[in-house]
Ligand binder design. Structure first.
Ligand code: CAA
Length: 257
């Protein structure tokens, strides 16, 4: 399939999606949203792919939803069109997704990064939810996921003022897992994704499900959910292989990759 707003590549067992609307700083218009979701869904279903990476350009991961496209919408257009609903399908991907963020990750761009599972930032990254400055509020989960990631005080301040937060502050606040020099961002993201893709696929998918469950349920229910999945791993040949490899002091060769 050919795309007009993204580039899609396979790097071994990693599926790489690069947002590519440079003239609009990768603003997320409907076409780009549908293309990202289609490409990601295809990788998610592909048994040869174990992990995805989503990235943008040096200047912008994405500067938000496309303001010019939304400008003339009225309530009924937005409601009946279920504006942004396709992003929910991105959040429902089963395989792990690494976000590699350089430059602006604003509004929908910050929200897309937060929909990913591992968030790596270049030292040039700038995060923010500036929707309030446009007379609106976030619509792809920003007020919810940012609050869960950085806590109420910082989320309130960022969302109410529209202030941008640099990479170091974002790491201190717990929004990003690691900050790396900008020229190493993609190689670090691909290396992280290759590491994940080399694991047992059922274990990696269960791992993602289990961590995400922490945001949806109580501690007791979350631990019960994790315990059931832990027990389920003993039904896989990869558990036998992983533990045998440890005992035999050799690297594991997982079958389900
Ligand atoms: N939508 C549409 N076009 C955008 C855009 C956006 N979100 N962000 C940037 N662009 C366009 C600009 O209009 C400009 O196009 P033209 O050359 O045709 O004028 C081009 O990208 C380059 O942008 P700038 O000239 O503004 O670049 P800059 O370096 O001076 O500033 C910036 C960079 C600070 C990121 C600035 O572009 C900006 O503030 N962008 C908007 C950020 C924003 O408000 N994002 C939230 C959008 S709403 C949202 O995302 C809702 C939600 O919850 C999903």
């Amino acid at each position: 399939m050919t795309y007009g707003t993204i580039q899609v590549e396979r790097k071994g067992r990693v599926g790489l999606i690069t947002l590519d609307r440079p003239k609009a700083l990768n603003a997320l218009n409907t076409r780009l949203m549908n293309e990202v979701v289609a490409a990601a869904t295809e990788f998610d279903r592909d048994p040869e792919i174990g992990c995805l990476v989503v990235t943008g350009s040096e200047k912008a991961f994405a500067a938000g939803a496309d303001i010019k496209e939304m400008q003339s919408l009225d309530f009924v257009d937005a409601y009946l069109g279920d504006w942004f609903a396709a992003w929910d399908r991105f959040g429902a991907l089963r395989k792990p997704v690494v976000a590699a963020v350089a430059g602006y990750a604003l509004g929908g761009g910050c929200e897309l990064a937060m929909l990913c599972d591992v968030l790596l930032a270049a030292d040039t990254a700038k995060f923010g939810q500036p929707e309030i400055k446009l007379g609106v509020i976030p619509g792809i989960g920003g007020s919810q996921r940012l609050t869960r990631a950085v806590g109420k005080a910082k989320a309130m301040e960022l969302c109410l003022t529209g202030r941008m937060m640099g990479a170091e502050e974002a790491e201190r606040a717990g929004l990003v897992s690691r900050v790396v020099p900008a020229d190493q961002l993609l190689s670090e993201a691909l290396a992280t994704a290759e590491t994940i893709a080399a694991m047992s696929a059922p274990a990696a998918i269960m791992m993602k499900e289990s961590v995400n469950r922490a945001f949806e349920t109580t501690l007791a229910e979350g631990v019960r959910f994790e315990r059931r999945l832990f027990h389920a791993t003993f039904a896989t040949v990869d558990q036998k292989e992983g533990m045998a490899a440890f005992a035999e002091k050799r690297p594991p060769e997982f079958r389900h990759r």
